[in-house]
Design a protein around this ligand. Structure first.
Ligand SMILES: *[C@@H]1O[C@H](CO)[C@@H](O)[C@H](O)[C@H]1NC(C)=O
Ligand SMILES: *[C@@H]1O[C@H](CO)[C@@H](O)[C@H](O)[C@H]1NC(C)=O
Length: 167
């Protein structure tokens, strides 16, 4: 009898943990609010410097430099908090990604998530490496991301060789 109760308690605890990992969102605004919260939290957790990470948009930088390591972990950090990346294996959870993409009401955002699902599905890379590969993939395939990069770079004071955005 005691064993049975213990087992039930364990199962209940497990389901609570599972529920908190797979947070439920009701609509796009809840999803985006939580995503922004998580981006902010992750930037602090990883001690990310946006100016340094911005250099990953430039072709002429050595992207393997150690100073960019935490930048590559930013996306995965957010994804792990939202359930789109498995915290243990570091693999993307595409089923969860699709589930969250369904909440997008905005045409532009729906379009972006479709581009990601069409071109950037990656079952091989894990953790921070997967984050970097995904970022490169989005920059290569999304006209919106390319525009954002162009705008970002034009607001900075660039030396001529930095004008060329990484594709
Ligand atoms: C999103 O869902 C929450 C909870 O159901 C609700 O309070 C909020 O008003 C909704 N927001 C929008 C923009 O529909
Ligand atoms: C959706 O993305 C495609 C590129 O894949 C682009 O040509 C099109 O203009 C986009 N549509 C909207 C509504 O943003």
């Amino acid at each position: 009898m005691f064993t049975k109760i213990l087992l039930i308690c364990l199962l209940a605890a497990f389901s609570v943990i599972t529920v908190s990992a797979e947070k439920k969102y009701n609509n796009q605004s809840e999803l985006i609010d939580d995503m922004l919260d998580n981006v902010f939290t992750c930037m602090q957790e990883l001690d990310v410097n946006p100016d340094v990470c911005g250099e990953l948009l430039l072709k002429d930088k050595d992207h393997s430099d150690k100073k960019y390591d935490n930048c590559k972990c930013l996306g995965p950090c957010v994804a792990k908090k939202m359930g789109t990346m498995n915290t243990d294996t570091g693999k993307w959870n595409w089923a969860r990604f699709k589930e969250l993409a369904e909440l997008m009401e905005n045409d532009i955002l729906r379009n972006e998530s479709k581009i990601m699902q069409t071109h950037c599905i990656d079952e091989v890379n894990t953790h921070c490496t997967a984050g970097y590969v995904f970022m490169k993939c989005v920059l290569q395939n999304s006209p919106m991301a390319q525009d954002m990069v162009k705008n970002y770079l034009s607001t900075k004071e660039n030396t001529p060789n930095e004008q060329e955005a990484a594709k």
